[in-house]
Write a protein that binds this ligand. Structure first.
Ligand code: ZN
Ligand code: ZN
Length: 117
C-alpha cells in the first residue's frame, strides 16, 4: 500500500479529519461498479467500517492514482475494494473523455484541468 507512505504527518491529520466526518465508514455510494454497488444498503452506501485488519483509505472521491492530484481533491473514506473500483471508474471516464474530446456530465466532481501546479 504505497499511497499511505507519502507525507505521513500531513496525511495522518487529513486521514483523521476525513474519517471522523465519515464516521469511520466507507463513503462509497455505489460508484465502485459500473452497474452500481451496495444496492441493498441504506443510501446505497458501502457498509465496510475501519478495522485494524481492514483499514479504510482517505483519497479523492474520484481517485486518479496520482497522490499529488488526489491529495488536492475533495477527500473521502473508501475501503480497499471500493477504492479499486473508483480508480478503475476514473480511468474509464478519463479514457472516454479523451476519446470523445468533449465533456458530458461527469460522474464525479473532477478537478478542473490545469489546476495542479
Ligand atoms: Zn466500500
Ligand atoms: Zn463501493
Amino acid at each position: 500500500m504505497s499511497f499511505t507512505d507519502f507525507a505521513p504527518i500531513a496525511a495522518e491529520t487529513v486521514w483523521r479529519v476525513v474519517m471522523q466526518a465519515a464516521g469511520y465508514q466507507c463513503q462509497c455510494t455505489g460508484g465502485c461498479k459500473p452497474e452500481g454497488a451496495h444496492k441493498t444498503n441504506p443510501g446505497h452506501r458501502c457498509k465496510r467500517e475501519h478495522k485494524p485488519w481492514q483499514p479504510l483509505i482517505v483519497t479523492a472521491a474520484a481517485p486518479t492514482g496520482d497522490p499529488h492530484k488526489d491529495m488536492g481533491a475533495e477527500q473521502v473514506a473508501y475501503c480497499g475494494p471500493c477504492y479499486d473500483g473508483h480508480l478503475a471508474a476514473t480511468k474509464r471516464t478519463a479514457r472516454a473523455a479523451a476519446d470523445k474530446h468533449e465533456t458530458d456530465t461527469p460522474l464525479f466532481d473532477l478537478a478542473p484541468e490545469g489546476s495542479d501546479l
